[in-house]
Design a protein around this ligand. Structure first.
Ligand SMILES: Cc1cc2nc3c(=O)[nH]c(=O)nc-3n(C[C@H](O)[C@H](O)[C@H](O)COP(=O)(O)OP(=O)(O)OC[C@H]3O[C@@H](n4cnc5c(N)ncnc54)[C@H](O)[C@@H]3O)c2cc1C
Length: 407
C-alpha cells in the first residue's frame, strides 16, 4: 500500500510517528509525494525494496541475458522419454499450446499448493476448506508443480507436522463484495493488543511468530468448530499502531467500521456482545491483563519475554515494549482465522534439487525449487526467511546442477 512493503521497518517506524514527530512527518510526506509522482508518471510505485528489489534484479539479469520470459503461459504437462527422463513440457501460451524441449532439465517452481483446496483438505490437519482457511499466497499457486511431478513418478513428502507456514488472517471486504486475505505479521506484538477466543480467554503469546499463533488458535478452539480468534485493542492503541488492515491516525476508522471489518464497543462488555464473545470472560481477561501490565510482565503467556517479541513491540514503551493497558475506550476487535503464506509439504528432492521417484531415485532432467520442493525443515518454522532462503539456495543449486557446473 502506498508503495510500502509489509515489513518495511524504517518506513513503518516513521509512519507510526508521523503525527508526533516533525522528522517523521517530513519523511512520510516526502515518501508519499514521491510515490504519488511515480504513480502519475509510471502507473505504479518505482521504489523497490526488500523482496521486490531482489525479484527485479533477477528479472533484469534474465532480460540482460536474453532469456525469454513467457507470461500467462502455464505448464500443462511434462514430456518424458520411455526411460522416465524429463525432456521438456507442453505450455499453454496466449498463442496456443507449445511444445518446449530442454537440453538440461526442467525446474518445477509453481509455488506449492496453497490454493489447491482438495490437497489442502487431504494434508492439513485443521479444516482447510475455502471458507475456513485463507491463503495470502499468489492465487496462481494451485498445486500444478506437484501434480506435474506426480504424473512422472515423483512423490510429495508426507508426515510433516505442519504442511504450510501458517498466518492469522483477517478478511478485508472489497468494493466488489469479495474479501481479501490480510496476514497479521506486525500488529499482534504491539503493546495493548491481545487475542482471545469466543470464550474471551487469551490462548497464546500474541507476539510469537504468526505460525505459532495459528497453531495455538487451532488448539484453543473446540474441535469440530471453525478456528477463529479476535484481536482486541483500545482506542489509544488502534490510533497509534492500527490493527490489521486498519491504519493508525490520522487515517480514519470509518470505512473499516462501516464494512464490518472493525467492530467497536463503548465498553468492554459492549464490544464483547458486538463481536460475539463471552462478555464476562473478556472482562476478566482484560482485568488480569491490565494488572500484569502494571507489573511489566505477562504472567499468562510471557508476551514481550523474547527478543523476537520485543522487536515487534514498541521500543519506546517501557519496561516491556509489548505491554500496554486496555482501558481507554472505545474498544475494538478484528476477527482472524487460519491462513498461510506458503506450503512446506512439496516434492521430495535430493541435495542437488533433483526430484526423487517413489523408490528415492532422481528422475533424470527434473528439478524442483521454492515451495514445489519439500521444505528442508521438515514442516517446521524456525523464523522469517525459511521459504525464500531455501527457495533461492536450491534454485541456484538446481541451475548449476542442470548446467553441469560444480556437481
Ligand atoms: C504476504 C507474504 C509475506 C511473506 N513473507 C515472507 C518472508 O518474509 N520470508 C520468507 O522466506 N517467505 C515469505 N513469504 C513466503 C514466500 O513469499 C513464498 O514462500 C515464496 O514466494 C514461494 O516461492 P515460489 O517460487 O515457490 O513460488 P511463488 O513466488 O509464489 O511463484 C510461483 C509462480 O508460479 C506460477 N505458476 C503456478 N502454476 C504454474 C504453471 N502450471 N505454470 C507456470 N507457472 C505457474 C504462479 O502463478 C506463481 O506466479 C511470504 C508470503 C506472503 C504471501
Amino acid at each position: 500500500m502506498y508503495g510500502l512493503a509489509i515489513g518495511s521497518g524504517k518506513e513503518l517506524w516513521h509512519f507510526y510517528r508521523a503525527t508526533k514527530r516533525v522528522g517523521s512527518f517530513a519523511y512520510v510526506a516526502k515518501r508519499l509525494a514521491k510515490h504519488g509522482l511515480d504513480v502519475a508518471l509510471h502507473g505504479r510505485g518505482m521504489l523497490l525494496t526488500n523482496g521486490n528489489a531482489l525479484a527485479a534484479r533477477l528479472y533484469r539479469t534474465a532480460k540482460d541475458s536474453d532469456i525469454p520470459v513467457w507470461l500467462d503461459s502455464p505448464v500443462k504437462r511434462l514430456l518424458a522419454r520411455d526411460d522416465g527422463s524429463v525432456i521438456g513440457a507442453i505450455v499453454q501460451t496466449p498463442y496456443g499450446l507449445r511444445r518446449v524441449l530442454t537440453r538440461k532439465g526442467v525446474v518445477l517452481a509453481c509455488g506449492g499448493f496453497s490454493h489447491d483446496f482438495a490437497r489442502r483438505q487431504e494434508i492439513y490437519t485443521h479444516n482447510a476448506s475455502p471458507s475456513e482457511h485463507h491463503s495470502a499466497a499468489s492465487p496462481g499457486n494451485v498445486g500444478d508443480g506437484i501434480r506435474l511431478g506426480e504424473a512422472v513418478g515423483a512423490r510429495i513428502a508426507e508426515g510433516y507436522p505442519n504442511a504450510g507456514a501458517w498466518a492469522p488472517t483477517s478478511l478485508v471486504p472489497r468494493k466488489d463484495g469479495t474479501k481479501g486475505p490480510f496476514p497479521h505479521f506486525i500488529d499482534r506484538g504491539k503493546p495493548g493488543v491481545i487475542a482471545v477466543t469466543r470464550s474471551g480467554q487469551r490462548f497464546v503469546n500474541e507476539a510469537n511468530s504468526y505460525h505459532d499463533f495459528v497453531q495455538g488458535m487451532i488448539r484453543a478452539c473446540p474441535k469440530g468448530e471453525a478456528a477463529e480468534a479476535f484481536l482486541i485493542a483500545d482506542h489509544r492503541t488502534i490510533r497509534r499502531y492500527g490493527l490489521g488492515h486498519v491504519k493508525p491516525a490520522p487515517l480514519p476508522l470509518k470505512s473499516s467500521l462501516e464494512s464490518g471489518y472493525l467492530i467497536k464497543g463503548g465498553t468492554i462488555a459492549e464490544l464483547a456482545r458486538n463481536v460475539g464473545i463471552d462478555p464476562a470472560g473478556l472482562e476478566a481477561t482484560i482485568q488480569k491483563w491490565n494488572a500484569d501490565v502494571a507489573k511489566g510482565e505477562d504472567s499468562a503467556f510471557g508476551k514481550g519475554s523474547t527478543a523476537y517479541n520485543r522487536f515487534h513491540g514498541d521500543a519506546e514503551v517501557k519496561p516491556n515494549p509489548c505491554l500496554a493497558p486496555i482501558n481507554n475506550g472505545p474498544f475494538y476487535g478484528v476477527r482472524v482465522v487460519p491462513g498461510d503464506i506458503g506450503t512446506f509439504a512439496g516434492l521430495r528432492t535430493d541435495e542437488s534439487s533433483r526430484v526423487l521417484d517413489s523408490s528415492g531415485e532422481p528422475i533424470p532432467g527434473l528439478y524442483a525449487a521454492g515451495n514445489d520442493m519439500a521444505s528442508i525443515l521438515g514442516g517446521n518454522y524456525s523464523g522469517g526467511g525459511i521459504t525464500l532462503g531455501p527457495g533461492m539456495t536450491f534454485g541456484f543449486i538446481a541451475g548449476r546442477h542442470a548446467a553441469g557446473v560444480n556437481n
